[in-house]
Design a protein around this ligand. Structure first.
Ligand code: ADP
Ligand code: MG
Length: 428
């Protein structure tokens, strides 16, 4: 296949995946350069755009070109200074953005997920199946999935990595274009299916149905299924038969890293960037980043960029002044407890007074119990504090929480209501 043809096909996929403004801004100046021995080189003349594209979209592009080509393509993105007569047998420079096991720092917060991923990647027939990895955002799920994918592909396994959003788009497209056979063939013939951000299947009943059959088919054939997403207990709006399938294998979580792991991650990223910072600055960054590892990366990357621009000696004060104002430093906000009852009221059409009152009609009781559940479980308020907002005592909060926990297993309407409220409060 010619490189331009391949690139145009890939652009079609990418235009569906990437939001329109980023796509227009970043993708129009990309020039396909060569396609030799499954290695594709594309070039972006503007070095800022090149960095932005590499950082944010390397995997998107790499997956899209591999998919358009029909087998794995090794993608290189080159900038203005690169030598255009790039020789593909030359040892490529280390790719900073490569998601591999080697680049994954292991600490107590993620060691279980890491070792489970390694086991699956070694494709031991007796392994657990499926593997479900969950965590809050930015803690390494995608990194682990792509590491497994890379390892399997290197060992000539037919491994497919896809986000559930992409999966949905492809599924819908296959129905529209009457190509469901092709779709089925693609997803049912792989050795391993890695599906990321599964929570996006929430509410998409038809795609869930399609995924359910794919899952069963692969499962019965002993193929590996690896899923990443939110805590399975928080997956509302997803059919319970799917959730119970997910839970039938091994479920592992990744917790936020402790201080030492954060320091190790920062040191690793600095090493990849060829940058050294004092211990004091490293500790400062580690303390600052309370939310996730993506934050750490973006601070380190920006420090690197600023240091190379200013050429100045970097003391702790200079580092602090560089870091102040980064928008990544906002601590992830949980909604104010006071916002919960109004949100439940709006989503369920029950007034705030009714929620705080004594009425026992079904709707009101459910609204009250959902409020208890969100205050206590999502916002981690004590049962007493939750109760005082609701004008109830702590034992009625406990009962409410228990009731919702039980109903969530089978009651679709309550799942849906909970999802509505969580969406409006931007929880998850
Ligand atoms: P998630 O998919 O859970 O939202 P990602 O896998 O995208 O998170 O991780 C966010 C960023 O943090 C990625 O760039 C990833 O390489 C990095 N990262 C996460 N965990 C680790 C780790 N243990 N060691 C090194 N880098 C990590
Ligand atoms: Mg991810």
């Amino acid at each position: 296949m010619k490189v331009d043809v391949l690139w145009n096909k890939s652009l079609e996929i990418l235009s569906e995946e990437i939001n329109t403004s980023s796509f227009k801004l970043l993708f129009k100046d990309i020039e396909p350069i060569s396609l030799i021995n499954n290695e594709m080189i594309i070039s972006i003349k503007n070095s800022f755009k090149k960095d932005a594209v590499t950082k944010k979209f390397y995997d998107h592009i790499s997956n899209a070109v591999s998919e358009s080509f029909g087998s794995k393509i090794n993608l290189k993105i080159i900038g203005p200074t690169a030598n255009r007569n790039y020789n593909s047998s030359e040892k490529p420079k280390k790719d900073f953005h490569k998601y591999t096991f080697d680049n994954f720092i292991v600490g107590s917060s993620n060691e279980l997920a890491f070792s489970a991923s390694k086991q699956v990647a070694d494709f031991d027939e007796n392994d657990f199946n499926p593997l479900y990895i969950y965590s809050d955002v930015g803690l390494g799920k995608t990194h682990l999935l792509l590491s497994i994918h890379e390892h399997l592909s290197k060992n000539n396994k037919n491994s497919i990595y896809i986000s559930s959003e992409r999966f949905t788009n492809e599924y819908i497209k296959s129905i529209k274009e009457r190509k469901t056979d092709e779709f089925r063939k693609k997803y049912r013939s792989c050795d391993a299916l890695l599906i990321d951000d599964i929570q996006f299947l929430g509410g998409k009943t038809q795609t869930q149905e399609g995924f359910f059959h794919t899952f069963n088919d692969l499962f019965l054939k002993g193929r590996k299924i690896i899923i990443a997403g939110d805590d399975p207990l928080k997956l509302v709006d997803l059919e319970s038969r799917l959730i119970s399938r997910f839970q039938s294998g091994l479920v592992v979580d990744i917790q936020p890293p402790d201080f030492e792991t954060k320091v190790a991650i920062i040191e690793h990223k600095l090493h990849l960037l060829n940058l050294s910072l004092s211990k004091e600055i490293i500790d400062y960054i580690a303390n600052l980043c309370q939310v996730n590892i993506r934050q750490i990366e973006s601070i380190v990357n920006r420090l690197k960029a600023m240091i190379s621009l200013t050429n100045q000696e970097i003391t702790i004060n200079v580092a602090k002044s560089m870091i102040i104002g980064f928008d990544e430093i906002k601590i992830q906000n949980k909604p104010e407890p006071g916002a919960v009852i109004p949100a439940v009221s709006k989503a369920l059409g029950v007034s705030e007074d009714e929620i705080k009152g004594k009425g026992r009609t079904e709707n009101i009781v459910i609204a009250r119990r959902l409020s208890s559940f969100i205050l206590n479980k999502d916002l981690s308020l004590t049962t007493t504090a939750s109760g005082s907002l609701l004008n109830k005592n702590h034992s009625s909060v406990i009962n409410g929480v228990r009731f919702i926990e039980k109903e969530l297993k089978s009651n679709f309407k309550i799942r849906h209501s909970l999802q509505l409220v969580r969406n409006s409060l931007k929880i998850n």
